[in-house]
Design a protein around this ligand. Structure first.
Ligand SMILES: Nc1ncnc2c1ncn2[C@@H]1O[C@H](COP(=O)(O)OP(=O)(O)OP(=O)(O)O)[C@@H](O)[C@H]1O
Ligand SMILES: [Mg+2]
Length: 238
């Protein structure tokens, strides 16, 4: 039987119950500053907790930002890195990167995919979760045919190798058609956006789709706590 996989976010795992197994791919998309990177951090934390090898590809900020972020949640990344349980890929600083794993040109999708496959091979036989934050950054200047070809091949490869992958997309960066076509290839879609409730700005999260699983598409309000991370307000459907 397939092993169920969890986000590590209480309310969210309830919404997606029975929906995620290793080999699933998740798209997280939303406004800038909404909390996508915080959600990605929760996903990594859960992976470390349950014994997965976690790979975090940093495209928008240096990997140290995520190291510090996880440190803020009392996750000592250094020990995990030394134990080969956590790997950072720097796709941000390019040639200036001090990291062992880095991409010299963040828009060279072939080189990127080669590194991803190298890491998958290195940890073959282990449960792997992979986060790319954000994939839209790698795609931005490229031709949509090239992007879609890479995207299809890559997701097929990750599925075949049982990788639990979370790809972050910043809304408004890619053209709508590319986003729509790209989204069809994911098993789970989490949409995060700013909204208003009684004229107060609020953060809203919605599960857009779970292929072959039960889910609620209702929008939920959530907050970000410096202690607990993402918290879905119970009974907060807006
Ligand atoms: N440990 C924390 N405790 C409390 N708030 C936090 C913490 N970390 C981040 N935040 C807040 O969460 C918000 C969302 O941050 P986050 O970096 O996840 O956004 P994002 O969706 O990834 O944005 P972008 O598209 O710009 O990368 C920010 O306003 C930030 O101040
Ligand atoms: Mg971010």
């Amino acid at each position: 039987m397939s092993t169920l996989a969890y986000f590590g976010v209480e309310g969210l795992d309830r919404i997606i119950s029975q929906g995620m197994v290793y080999g699933s791919q998740i798209m997280v998309h939303g406004d800038t500053g909404i909390g996508k990177t915080v959600l990605a951090g929760e996903f990594i934390k859960e992976g470390l907790r349950c014994g997965d090898v976690c790979i975090y590809v940093a495209c928008d900020e240096p990997p140290d930002v995520m190291r510090r972020h996880l440190g803020g949640f009392k996750v000592g990344t250094r020990a995990y890195e030394e134990a080969g349980r956590l790997v950072f890929v720097d796709a941000y600083e390019e040639e200036a990167s001090p990291e062992k794993y880095h991409i010299a040109d963040q828009h060279n999708l072939d080189k990127y995919f080669a590194l991803e496959r190298e890491l998958v091979k290195r940890f073959e036989g282990r449960r792997i979760r992979l986060v790319v934050d954000s994939l839209s950054t790698l795609f931005t200047p490229l031709d949509s045919t090239e992007v879609m070809e890479f995207h299809r091949t890559r997701l097929k490869y990750l599925r075949k190798h049982g990788i639990l992958a979370l790809d972050v997309f910043v809304d408004g960066v890619l053209d709508g058609r590319v986003m729509t076509v790209a989204s069809h290839l994911y098993n789970v879609i989490v949409r995060m956006k700013f909204g208003a409730s009684e004229n107060r700005p609020v953060r809203i999260l919605q599960v857009g789709k779970v292929r072959s699983g039960k889910f609620s598409a209702a929008p939920y309000m959530f907050g970000i706590s410096p202690v607990f991370g993402i918290i879905l307000a119970p009974e907060s459907e807006v």
